[in-house]
Design a protein around this ligand. Structure first.
Ligand code: PMP
Length: 456
């Protein structure tokens, strides 16, 4: 029989020597030591369908052969010099990347993680506007650096320690679990499968959430004005929360009225994942001033960026900006290959088609089971909110959530989890899954829910 790395030894090293706060999935964590496209393999050679892609990070497939080749070829030429010299890879890649962005978003800064990108975006907005205050949405995850912990407004990820000051939060427009929307909302949010029941194209929930933002701008922001507003296009860590239609567009107008820049965090929603568009913000019909990106950008290789306009970028010229690994030849080679793969293999339309199919089939589970409260998302960015019952919409207790989730894993399907109560299953797989993977997912999830309810 196949034998991979020693499970007991690996697990005891993790327990003894790695941070006890490290996020670990499953009561008996999996030991994953190989991956190929949408598949992961454990030490016994058992195969799992990876529907979470290392938290939305593996965009085109684990060890995609073309990305591996690009890395290999670059590895023989040049690993590193920092950007104090010119090198062809960074320039070739920058040109290709900015071609993907609309309007005047044409200047790119390469960094290594989503947190670094958002930190830099915040600095940029402050330098450009000469103002300090920033606003984010509750439930947002923008990173974990001391500055960003203030912007990240989900308490499970926050430490009791001072965070960057000048950060304000406003209610996130969550049509399912938030105070407005759902049964009381008469417009359809942007989601493909509606959770809200609105029909007349007038979103009253949006108005209420915008009033909240307006209040924050009126009461909390100094007269001098605002530096920036940060928002994801669909909240990822918070459990695939989709905003009501028009919310983001009108929020941008309010923010700009206070002189603030609009920053789109595309760390999870970028690179075609939402199917209809290359960038999630395009689904909201807005044009940000700054866009941050990471995760799927490098298909698992550390790579992130901030893209902005030449005008905003110019104010960063007042001091030197340096990042040792940002834009290194290795990550640029991978990033460039990832852009090609997304085009050549039609990942964006695959995300739209397979994602649309999955959403439709998952919606049937919502209709069949009382504990499946909501199914939402766009493309291959899907959330399944588990509840006690559809009337109260209270979160399904975590023991029940975990029992179904672990059972899926035992049957070979890895799901993510998110939301303040961890009661939303998240499906954000590499954008190479097939229709039969989608059918397998539905069958497994259905069986896991049924078995769980029968046991109860
Ligand atoms: N923004 C979003 C939307 C994220 O989901 C994350 C990470 N989950 C980050 C920023 C931070 O990225 P990183 O972990 O690469 O610092």
């Amino acid at each position: 029989p196949y034998t991979g790395p020693d499970y007991e030894r690996t697990s005891s090293i993790r327990k003894a020597m790695l941070s006890p706060a490290i996020l670990t999935y499953y009561s008996k964590p999996l030991l994953i030591h190989q991956g190929h496209m949408q598949w992961l393999f454990d030490e016994r050679g058992r195969r799992y369908l990876d529907l979470f892609g290392g938290i939305v990070t593996v965009s085109v497939g684990h060890c995609h052969p073309k990305a591996v080749r690009a890395l290999e070829e670059q590895a023989h030429k040049l690993w590193h010099t920092t950007n104090i010299y010119l090198h062809p890879k960074i320039h070739e890649y920058a040109e290709k990347l900015v071609a993907k962005l609309p309007g005047d978003l044409k200047v790119v800064y390469f960094v290594n993680s989503g947190s670094e990108a958002n930190d830099l975006a915040m600095l940029m907005a402050r330098m450009y506007t000469g103002r300090y205050d920033v606003v984010s949405l509750r439930g947002a995850f923008h990173g974990a650096s001391p500055y960003l912990m203030g912007l990240t407004a989900i308490s499970t990820w926050r430490y009791q320690s001072p965070t960057g000051f000048g950060v304000h939060q406003t209610a996130n427009p969550d049509p399912f679990a938030g105070p407005w929307g759902g049964a009381n909302c008469r417009d359809s949010p942007v989601q493909t499968v509606r959770s809200c029941g609105c029909t007349d194209g007038q979103c009253h929930a949006s108005d209420m959430y915008l009033d909240q933002l307006d209040d924050v701008l009126k009461y909390s922001i100094p007269k001098a004005g605002l530096a920036a507003f940060f928002a994801e296009s669909i909240q990822g860590v918070n459990g695939t929360v989709q905003f009501p239609k028009t919310f983001l567009k009108r929020a941008y107008e309010l923010v700009r009225g206070k002189g603030g820049l609009c920053i789109a965090d595309e760390v999870q929603t970028g690179f075609g994942r939402t199917g209809d568009h290359y960038w999630g913000f395009q689904g909201h019909n807005v044009q940000p001033d700054i866009v941050t990106m990471a995760k799927g950008m490098g298909n698992g290789f550390p790579l992130a960026a901030v893209v902005t306009t030449p005008q905003i970028a110019a104010t960063m010229g007042t001091a030197l900006h340096f990042n040792t690994f940002g834009g290194n030849p290795m990550s640029c080679a991978v990033g460039s290959a990832v852009l090609d793969i997304i085009e050549e293999e039609n990942c964006q339309s695959l995300a739209r088609d397979i994602g649309g199919y999955l959403l439709g089939e998952l919606a049937k589970l919502r209709d069949e089971f009382e504990i499946v409260g909501d199914v939402r998302g766009k493309g291959l960015m899907i959330g399944i909110e588990m509840v006690k019952d559809k009337t109260s919409r209270k979160p399904l207790p975590i023991g029940d959530v975990n029992s179904i989730w672990e059972h899926c894993k035992d049957m070979g399907v890895l799901l993510g989890k998110g939301g303040l109560y961890s009661n939303v299953y998240r499906i954000k797989p590499p954008m190479c899954i097939t229709r039969s993977d989608a059918d397998f997912t539905i069958a497994v999830l259905k069986k896991a829910i049924r078995d769980h309810l029968e046991k109860k």
